[in-house]
Design a protein around this ligand. Structure first.
Ligand code: GTP
Ligand code: MG
Length: 318
C-alpha cells in the first residue's frame, strides 16, 4: 500500500493517533465504562445486552447491524464464552471486524490505462473538495495528478479547488462559473492525456440525491467520460458526512441506484458520535469504504482498515 511505501513509521503512528482521537465521540457513546458494565453485580445478561444495544443504536450502528451483534453476543454469553469484561471486549472486537471486513478494499490505482479517473460526488458540504485536496496530496509523490474543477455551480467552488491545487502544485483544469460541468470534465480528460497524467480527480457540485435533474447531470458527466475513452477506469467515489448518520445511508442507497458508486469516503468522523454508521453502511450496501476523513487538515485522510477502525474504537490506551 501507498502508506507502507512512502510514509515513515512516525507518520503511521500519527495516523493511528488521529484515528483514535477522531473516533473519540463515537467511542464515548459506545464504550464508556464497558468493562465496568460487565462487572456490575445484580445485572442480568438481558440488561447487559440491552445496554449494549442502546449504545450501538445511539452511535448509529443501525438496527440490523446492532441486532446481529447482540444475537452473537447473546449466544456467546449462553455458552459461557464470555466470563469477564476482557472476554466481552474481545468478542465485540471480533464481531465488529467481521462486519467491516467485506467493505475493506482499498482503492487500487491502475495506471495500465491512463488516466485513472476518480469522479467525486455527494451532497452539499459533505467534504468532496476537501477530500480531493487530501487525495491529491496522498498521491502526488507517486503519480502525476490532475484536478478537474467540475463544480461550476457554487460560487467560489472553482477557486476553492484551485487553491488546493496551488498549495500542492498540481494542475487544475477550470472553466468559468456557470459552464457545463461535462465540458470541464472533457477538457480535463484531454489535458490528462496530453500531459500523460496517471490520475484525474474530478470535483462535482453538491447535489441532493433525490433531485432528478441534478442526478441527470451526473449521468451526463459519466457518459462524457466513457465517450471520451470507452475503456477508461472510473472510480465513482461517494463522499458522505458521517455526522449525517442514518441519512448518510439513505444518500448512499439513492446515489448508488442512480449512478452506481464504486467506493465511499466517510468524512467528519472527528466531529460526530455517529461513527457507527460505518457498520450500517457495511451491512446494507457492501460498497467498499475506501477512506476515512478525520479532520480538516490535508493529512486527515486514511485508507479504511477494519481492524484499525475497530481497535481505535475500542482502545482504552491514551
Ligand atoms: N472536521 C472535519 N471537517 C471536514 C472534513 N472534511 C471536510 N470538512 C469540512 O467540511 C466543510 C465542507 O467541505 P467541502 O470540501 O467544501 O465540502 P463539499 O462537499 O465540497 O461542499 P460543496 O462543494 O458545497 O458541495 C469544510 O469546512 C471542510 O473543512 C473532515 O473529515 N472533518
Ligand atoms: Mg465542493
Amino acid at each position: 500500500m501507498l502508506f507502507a511505501k512512502t510514509k515513515t513509521t512516525e507518520t503511521k503512528t500519527g495516523l493511528w493517533a488521529r484515528l483514535r482521537t477522531g473516533l473519540e465521540k463515537t467511542r464515548a457513546v459506545l464504550f464508556t465504562d464497558l468493562g465496568e458494565l460487565f462487572n456490575l453485580k445484580n445485572r442480568s445478561r438481558e440488561e447487559l445486552l440491552e445496554e449494549i444495544e442502546n449504545r450501538l443504536l445511539a452511535a448509529d450502528v443501525g438496527v440490523e447491524a446492532s441486532k446481529q451483534i447482540i444475537r452473537s453476543l447473546s449466544q456467546s454469553l449462553q455458552k459461557n464464552r464470555i466470563n469477564s469484561s476482557e472476554d466481552l471486549i474481545s468478542a465485540l472486537q471480533e464481531l465488529m471486524v467481521g462486519l467491516l471486513k467485506p467493505v475493506e478494499s482499498n482503492l487500487d490505482i491502475s495506471t495500465a490505462h491512463k488516466p485513472f479517473t476518480i469522479l467525486v460526488v455527494g451532497v452539499n458540504g459533505a467534504g468532496k473538495t476537501t477530500t480531493i485536496g487530501k487525495l491529491a496530496n496522498l498521491y502526488k509523490d507517486d503519480y502525476r495528478v490532475i484536478l478537474a474543477a467540475g463544480d461550476t455551480f457554487r460560487a467560489a467552488a472553482i477557486e476553492q479547488l484551485q487553491s488546493w491545487g496551488d498549495r500542492i502544485q498540481i494542475p487544475v483544469i477550470t472553466h468559468t462559473q456557470g459552464a457545463d460541468s461535462s465540458a470541464v470534465i472533457y477538457d480535463s480528460l484531454q489535458a490528462a492525456r496530453d500531459k500523460q497524467a496517471d490520475i484525474l480527480i474530478a470535483d462535482t457540485a453538491g447535489r441532493l440525491q433525490n433531485k432528478s435533474n441534478l442526478i441527470e447531470e451526473l449521468k451526463k458527466i459519466r457518459r462524457t467520460i466513457t465517450k471520451f475513452d470507452p475503456v477508461t477506469v472510473v472510480e465513482t467515489l461517494l463522499v458522505l458526512d458521517a455526522s449525517n448518520g442514518q441519512n448518510a445511508l439513505a444518500q448512499a442507497e439513492q446515489f448508488h441506484e442512480a449512478i452506481g458508486i464504486s467506493g465511499i469516503v466517510l468524512t467528519k468522523l472527528d466531529g460526530t458520535a455517529k461513527g457507527g454508521i460505518v457498520f450500517a453502511i457495511a451491512g446494507k450496501l457492501r460498497i467498499p469504504i475506501r477512506f476515512l476523513g478525520t479532520g480538516e487538515k490535508i493529512t486527515d485522510l486514511m485508507p479504511f482498515n477494519a481492524e484499525s477502525f475497530v481497535t481505535a474504537l475500542l482502545s482504552t490506551e491514551p
